[in-house]
Design a protein. Sequence first.
Lengths: 213, 224
Amino acid sequence: MPKTPLLTVDRLFFERDDCNIFEPISFSVEAGDIVQIEGPNGAGKTTLIRLLTSALQPTSGSILFCGENIANCYYEYLANILYIGHQPAVKLTLSADENLRWMSPAITTAAEISAALAQVGLRGYEDVPCYSLSAGQHRRVALARLFTSQAKVWYLDEPFTAIDKQGVSILQARMASHVATGGCILLSTHQDLAMDKVRKYSIESHKDREQQQ
Amino acid sequence: MSNIGFSAYLRRDLLLSYRRLGEAASPLIFFLLVSILIPLGVSPDPQRLAELAPGIIWVMALLATLLSTEGLFAADHQDGSLEQMLIAPQLLALPVLGKVTAHWLVTGLPLTLVSPLIGLMLSLPAVATVPMMASLALGTACLSLIGAVGAALTVSLRKGGLLLSILVIPLYIPVIIFGSAAVQTAVDGFNWLGPLSVLAAMLCAAIALCPWAIGGALRLVSSN
């Protein structure tokens, strides 16, 4: 019997204002996979990721988590995903430590939080209000969640924006260790990843939209 | 496990308000400033002020609450934390209720606590002080819950303030009617528990229904 994939996307389709964003999408992701979602600006990468996180409801099609439709195991699915979007969800008046504590699972200890912040290079900035941090440091606060999360499936939308080279290599190392322990990652980025076993998935614009352009 | 969402959001929003005390205190300051103007604008005559006081206090409390409602979800929407709330593995009504509770604690509760001072300035008879505080405590909680439905519906609009007022003021009407009625009946020397019970019933209904409506509205708005 073949192993059930961690995530199966079946003819996922989304229509916005009577305009179809992309051709119906089908793919499956196994534990250990890194899928890089590709496509030109405006192709619908963010839309696809938001559909997968269930923040958006698809017009048709379904998403299966471990072979089960996510509508039937909704909270179990949500407990197993981690989504870091364009907007980092970092509160400017809170410190890095408070932000991460709020975004991490309730069982995360204080030591784990400061360790995660140290991992992303924010040691010494734990108690600084985030409004005095730079754009790249904001993103690092958000990305520190990668070190506290217990989720299996990671959705990262342009995770490397504003991150320096050294930061990118730290994150890629963390991503590699995540997939090595049975997780999977779907990310959108225009950078080439310095990792092996990255699958690429190109979004095809719907023919309606091509005609418009 | 299930109330982690509620208390986490309650604590976070209280902390955020604490970090921006000036912003959080603006409804209260508005409430105080306007009540200083009323005796100057209307009449310093205690008799006339006492007649108007129940209505005026309630209208001011309503406007002060409305003033602060607009921003309830706006900041979360802008920085992406609203989306994180939508995909958190819990009933959406819980974090929503946590946020609204925090909103009430920084707007409605302070208004209720300073209202005896306003009553004094407007020559409200002393017998009406307790009914006024009780009706404001229950009523402003209703206003926060109802206002949050409007705030959720208008969260993605850049200037949603006017639309928000048009949406929620009709829903505020029963609250203000029974709220000021409780104070008025106390002034007139009757049993004020009747209108107050209606207000309490409205609050129960709002606690039961509004978090779902807010959650639904937030999902609707973010699906664009």
